[in-house]
Design a protein around this ligand. Structure first.
Ligand code: B12
Length: 626
């Protein structure tokens, strides 16, 4: 399969490492190492190059001639093939002139990192490359540390020390890890406390380490409450350092309204890893800190003032309820099979065709729409490389069968009761309390509530489905198996992001199966149409608690119990986060009018009504719903 044109021969060390390994496995007959599947791996990776018309430019080899230059290049290119050899050469040079090993870190490796930081900031380098550079940096530092320590060479200067944590009850760490890598590449020292970190530990570490800033991350709304608790504890402990807030559900408004008022130090929302460097640099530089902090304080004060103004255009709950979506009289299709079902081991390769790749590239900060982004003149090359790596990892995950996907699901009789949906089985019930839009609508437009898509008891029989699915079982073991015991952010991020893609794919696959088989209201068209699935062009919806049509999270606890999700290894934290992290749960509503919408802002009357229905205090309801 190889034709060599000596005139166009690339530098062997610069070939894509994964691709090189796959080709070598075939050429050198290293099949036992590849688990006996070298051919399949090569064919799979070849698929990703299909139609790839490469224009060959005359490349000037910039790879350095001295070991020192090569080390800088190694960091910039994220290529560790000669790393240890070059480190040793430079170390002996340094020692020969009675220097100290620490100088290699400061004068050589850091110069590489400077280039990486600058290029990333200018949009000339992409996140996957930055993560690979950080991997080389870590490997180099790990090699040098014993020498530095034995020489008592002192501590390397950094721009500041940051304590990072995902808050208690939350396990999402992809965003936090990306931020940590980017900060480290910009000379910040990061003390990463991991996930589900108790408030006290964050505060104690910040004090003990004399942190220059604390960074908190979280995925879902209940984590915002925990972030407020950390802010309060930092205030009580007399800390003054800046507090950075990040993660998918956090926002400037949330930070200004819910978190900042509890802490006198500067509290700032950072939307993105690439902004973290700029924000921190301004906050920690004596020249800019005071002005920047007071600008943030003013801006957040204005946000709070706007937020407390009552929304004028809000209907009283009674009026909103008098304008529901009115369901047509069509009889629901009875399911082929009622009750709970369990799938203990869904093969990964079944799920791969159901993957929505868009969020994968978004997470890696590669802009554009999939699949067009693979051909983009600016980012296409990196996107293709990333996609090819992803295919490789998926193939291994499916063949080595370490990462496991499982599901519990079913369809039950049920009915609408006011704004609640109730599922029944014998004398057992599961109540899902929903919220109704209260904004003023144009004539003829309803104030939606998901309960509107289910029949009430006196309208006749109806059915509701529910599911919980995970693709994160044995995730840590899978990461270990992919990379041995080496700490490698690139592989770890890759596997976590793929597990997230796989669980969403599993939810899509299961919904398809339920529609066409277990419920059977959709005719089976053979192979599902990928584009139709991604665009949600099918009958019925699968709302997941926490999403805008049903923003309240607590029902997940009852739902997992109803489904006996512990039997497939799924549990839930006090902040309603499911474990393993790569898990999704929700309901199936089959009526062909069922649709997604955003509940939006709700009034105090609905908060109090919800509190009554849920048997909680209005204060508790307010915390959960606003
Ligand atoms: C991927 C994803 C998932 C994945 C991954 C979750 C996981 N393993 O952690 C899966 C599919 C498993 C999932 C499940 C769920 N999800 Co989800 N999910 C998303 C999605 C699409 C992207 C999140 C993500 O990973 N982004 C990529 C990473 C790299 O970005 P990031 O974490 O935001 O981090 C970046 C920045 O925020 C920032 N940052 C992050 N942390 C920090 C910290 C500091 C200090 C700084 C400076 C910056 C910073 O820098 C990072 C890099 O740029 C978002 C929607 C969205 N577009 O954000 C919904 C979203 C977060 N999910 C949501 C929900 C509701 C859920 C579920 C509860 C649904 C359900 N009922 O099953 C479950 C909960 C899962 C659980 N384990 O309990 C809601 C949350 C809404 C809310 N108000 O709470 C969102 C916002 C979707 C929506 N529009 O409603 N989800």
């Amino acid at each position: 399969m190889g034709i060599v044109n000596a005139g166009q021969l690339g530098v062997y060390d610069e070939l894509d490492v994964t691709l090189r390994e796959i080709v070598e496995d075939v050429i050198l007959n290293r099949t036992p190492k590849a688990g006996g599947n070298a051919t399949e791996r090569l064919i799979a990776v070849a698929e990703t190059f299909r139609g790839d018309k490469t224009t060959v430019e005359k490349k000037v080899d910039t790879w350095g001639v001295t070991a020192k230059d090569r080390l800088i290049e190694a960091v910039v290119r994220g290529n560790a093939s000669r790393l240890i050899e070059d480190l040793e050469t430079v170390r002996h040079e340094v020692l020969a002139r009675r220097g100290k090993t620490i100088e290699i870190n400061e004068d050589v490796l850091m110069r590489g990192l400077d280039i990486v930081g600058d290029r990333f900031g200018e949009g000339k380098m992409f996140l996957p490359q930055v993560v690979k550079s950080a991997r080389v940096m870590k490997e180099a530092v790990a090699h040098l540390v014993p020498f530095i320590e034995s020489e008592k060479g002192g501590v390397a200067a950094t721009k500041g020390k940051i304590v990072m944590a995902t808050v208690k009850g939350d396990v999402h760490d992809i965003g936090k890890n990306i931020v940590s890598v980017v900060l480290q590449c910009n000379h910040f020292e990061v003390i990463d406390l991991g996930v589900m970190v108790p408030t006290q530990k964050i505060v104690e570490t910040a004090i003990a380490e004399h942190a220059d800033a604390v960074g908190l991350s979280g995925l879902i709304t209940p984590s915002l409450e925990e972030m407020s608790e950390v802010a309060k504890a930092m205030q009580r402990a007399g800390l003054k350092c800046p507090l950075m807030i990040g993660g998918a559900t956090t926002s400037r408004v949330h930070t200004a309204v819910k978190i900042a008022p509890h802490y006198e130090g500067t509290t700032v929302y950072v939307p993105d890893a690439s902004r973290a460097v700029g924000v921190l640099s301004q906050l920690l530089s004596p020249a800019t800190a005071a002005t920047y902090s007071s600008e943030i304080a003013k801006e957040y004060e204005a946000i709070r003032a706007r937020h407390t103004q009552k929304t004028k255009d809000m209907l009283p709950l009674a009026k909103a309820r008098a304008n529901p979506y009115r369901l047509n009289t069509m009889d629901p299709i009875p399911p082929h099979r009622l009750g709970r079902q369990q799938l203990d081991d869904i093969p990964i390769d079944v799920l791969i065709p159901f993957i929505d790749w868009q969020p994968f590239f978004q997470a890696w900060k590669l802009p554009g729409r999939y699949p067009a982004l693979l051909e983009d003149a600016h980012t296409g090359k990196e996107a293709r490389r990333l996609y090819s790596d992803a295919q490789m990892f998926l193939l291994r995950l499916s063949q080595e069968r370490i990462l496991r996907a499982a599901a519990v699901f079913g369809i039950w009789s049920g009915y609408r009761d006011g704004d609640d949906i109730v599922l029944t089985e014998g004398n057992q019930t599961l109540t899902w309390r929903l919220l109704r839009q209260q904004n003023v609508k144009a004539a003829g437009k309803p104030n939606y509530c998901l309960a509107d898509f289910v029949r009430s008891r006196n309208e006749g029989k109806d059915y509701i489905g529910a599911f919980a699915v995970t693709a994160g079982l044995n995730l840590e073991a899978a990461i270990k198996s992919m990379m041995g015991n080496d700490a490698d952010d690139y592989t770890s991020l890759m596997i976590k992001l793929l597990a997230d893609r796989l669980v969403e794919a599993a939810a899509e696959w299961l919904h398809f199966r339920v529609r066409t088989k277990d419920w059977g209201y959709e005719p089976h068209p053979g192979t599902p149409d990928y584009a139709a699935l991604i665009d949600e062009r099918y009958e019925g919806i699968r709302p997941a608690p926490g999403y805008p049509a049903c923003p309240e999270h607590s029902v997940k606890k009852d739902l997992l119990k109803w489904l006996k999700a512990d039997q497939i290894g799924m549990t839930i934290t006090e902040s309603y986060m499911m474990l393993p992290g790569s898990s999704v749960c929700g309901f199936y509503l089959a009526h062909h009018d069922a649709r997604y919408f955003a509940v939006g802002k709700i009034g105090d009357d609905q908060i109090e009504d919800f509190a009554r229905r849920a048997g909680i205090t209005p204060n508790e309801a307010r915390k959960r719903l606003t």
